[in-house]
Design a protein around this ligand. Sequence first.
Ligand SMILES: C[S@@+](CC[C@H](N)C(=O)[O-])C[C@H]1O[C@@H](n2cnc3c(N)ncnc32)[C@H](O)[C@@H]1O
Length: 393
Amino acid sequence: MKKSGWLYGADRKDLVFVAKTFKGYEDLLSRELLELGARDVKTLNRAVSFSGDKGFLYKACLSLSTALKILMPIARFSAHDTDQLYACATRLPWNEVLGDGQSFAIQFTVHSEHFPHSQFAALKLKDALVDQMRKKTGKRPNVERYRPDVQIDLMISDSEVHISLDASGDPLFKRGYRKETGRAPLNEVLAAGLIKRSGWDGRKDLLDPFCGSGTLLIEACLQHMQIPPGIFRDGFGFQNWPDYDEDLYTQIRNSRLDRVRDPQVSFLGMDKDVNALRKMHKNLEEAELLEVIRVEQGDFFHSEPPTGSGGLLLANPPYGRKMTVDAGSFFSSIGDRLKKNYSGWNAWILLPEEIGSIGLRPSKKFSVLNGDIACKWSGFELFQGSKKKRHAE
Ligand SMILES: C[S@@+](CC[C@H](N)C(=O)[O-])C[C@H]1O[C@@H](n2cnc3c(N)ncnc32)[C@H](O)[C@@H]1O
């Protein structure tokens, strides 16, 4: 062991946090953090570090749409094997973060040749914590995999051991509004980032013609109306911490809710499957957006775009092994339909890399992973008249 350090302390005003996100979303998360008022924002790999006080942590958990979880580092030390890990971890004052009778769980990420069995490293940390708590309090804390009171995060990189508390508890993509999922629902954090990438300025009407359970439209609506995405959740991990300040949390929650504004544009979801629409309806009910997002049953290939002077179409069309039609021709039919019927619109389509093209040239594209499917989030400008003529004008 080279160095050891316990970072947790109720007297520290400026706390350092690490927010995790998807690969490629770091810039979006940094921007969100800066807009929220974070200090010392630094972009890392699939994460962003920042500092702020306890109230800021509450605000960040409630408000960030592109963070998967927020960690508060509590200990950092070096260890070269599991015995050293155990020895260092038994010296940490675990009773400062784990109250009497509280359960815990350890999530882990290990990138180290010193620890070839990552699960074993996590097990050693658990033993150290349990042994030390038993020695100090005479009681053995319980490990609880499903919804523990305190979620501990272990990250080992080479011989550096980082232990954090997970302020989110359940990951932040679990917004609390999605009670029903369709066949291939988008992750909420992924959807929130896709909307930001589309550059939507909140002035164009939105249409999702393959809406499924409605994730893209609901996330767009939350952003537009400034509804904190975490507001529908049962709670957050930090609410089980010994220093949790309920009055402060209520104050922050209320001030975030005071910012909510009425919608300035219309939102329309369409799907050909009644069952998907039933699920979307349930989710809209949970998100209290039934009055805001209109839903219609319809087939994209046989329905006209809503009237008006063009809007923004966002779509996550079906794709995968269960498809009954040829995926290539399905996607090129989407391109044809957009070209013929949606002039004046902008469209963003989540396009599996394997498909490659819908027969239109995208004006912008971003690589994203939808689960394990490599995709391009591709933006199209569907000009009225030819592009040449428009440029000439
Ligand atoms: C990948 S899912 C969309 C999932 C959605 N983004 C979510 O988060 O729940 C694709 C959806 O497209 C719908 N769909 C397939 N073909 C369609 C068509 N021709 N017109 C309208 N909807 C269609 C399916 O019923 C399915 O709900």
